[in-house]
Design a protein around this ligand. Sequence first.
Ligand SMILES: *Cc1c(COP(=O)(O)O)cnc(C)c1O
Length: 503
Amino acid sequence: MSTEQLIFEKGAPGRRAATLPELDIPLRPLESLLPADHLRAEPAPLPEVSEIEIVRHFTHLSQRNFGVDMGFYPLGSCTMKYNPKLNEDMAALPGFARVHPLEHESLTQGAIQLLFELEQYLAEISGMKRITLQPAAGAHGEITGLMLIKAYHEHRGEGHRNIVLIPDGAHGTNPASAALAGYKTVELRSDARGGVDVHHLEEVLAAHEGNIAALMMTNPNTLGLFDEHIVEIAERVHRAGGQLYYDGANANAIMGITRPGDMGFDVVHFNLHKTCSTPHGGGGPGAGPVGVAEHLVSFLPGPLPAYDAESDTYYWAENDPLSIGRVRANCGNFLVLVRAYTYIRFNGPDGLRHVSESAILNANYVMRALQDAYDLPFDRACMHEFVFSANRQKRNDVHALDIAKRLLDFGVHPPTIYFPLIVPEALMIEPTETETRETLDEFIGMMRQIARESIDEPEKVRQAPYTTVVGRLDQTLAARKPDLRWAGSAVSQPASPIPSRVR
Ligand SMILES: *Cc1c(COP(=O)(O)O)cnc(C)c1O
């Protein structure tokens, strides 16, 4: 593969991929359009290729990418489940795809109705009173939720509350969002069963009496474990005057079974791109709606979709004076919301419960089938995901990273590794409910083979992958000094094709 020609090395002078009609207006000299010193001295060294060359180039590039439509993708915490094509069909309907966000309400009744109903569904699923659909991602939902909590405390004259409690296994966005919202974070220890250590919580609440703003949690947590003390935890934090924030990225495990509102949470964000099967990874787009309990509704960003029964019309309601204001233009990532709406309507209440039950069943099936080959730090029934440790393999100098790289040779996306931080050599596996038993069995077979190789031929695992276009990259160098420009020998390349003035 390394000898494959790059696009810049293909083609021949004068070759074209496009055929344009003959020019029917007078051709004006470039000098009359741009100042002379903005013009190149020489033409840019661009490839001149035929249509078939360019089509093959981009098709090959697309095949180098890995997606859930290509193979198993058990990337823990990210819920890379199959995105039904029906969602795409609905999002492509011209009435949705071509609607302009500033079109008059009278012309967008269907779109507002969809958002109005989606809000009701999400409120029902989460046990919250109302939802804003504006935030564009989970982390965006987190900062929005924390701003709501801050506005609430300030409104009550308790703006001095400056501490957000976060369990030690939390997703990295949680402390980052808290810091961005101007809070100090205090880490809560996990207990031997992988939940929040309630004694430590008590100590922390006492040490910061009067200053607790909120506790941020995901339940099930990033170990894939349901916190058995959640009701007690919620009571204690509330008694200390704090609000409870639910990071709903793991909602794939609880739909139709339990609700954050019933556990005592005040604010919830959804990751619709995870839970409600809209394509994500590689940068989105996503949607991170935020739901709140009744006492926080006034602070929500608006406008919120509303319905007037008398005239049977949908409209955008004016913001409450206490609203924190907009957090995003228009109504959020509208077509992601259309996909999520489709997913919820297609499954219905029983279907959503079945989704979560199947996700939990699949995760437990894989975990139990592999627990003799890998260390399981918390040996409990898991929810939709679980975390192994490669500690045993490490004795042969095979690390979680090596196992992840070796999986690439089997055509599988690796699990999340080295997260959560509280598990050394973590392998975080989320099979999701959309995979067949055969796929899960194949994966179990691959993981067993890698466990055997780690003992019999560890060097083989350490050198993997063997089948990919590139092997192991220097990840630090790739991130800090990305080499994005092509400079080959086939075409003479000036030092920089971009004039210094605009660089
Ligand atoms: C994915 C995830 C987030 C962040 O969501 P984004 O949509 O990527 O911003 C937060 N918390 C948890 C537990 C997650 O898995």
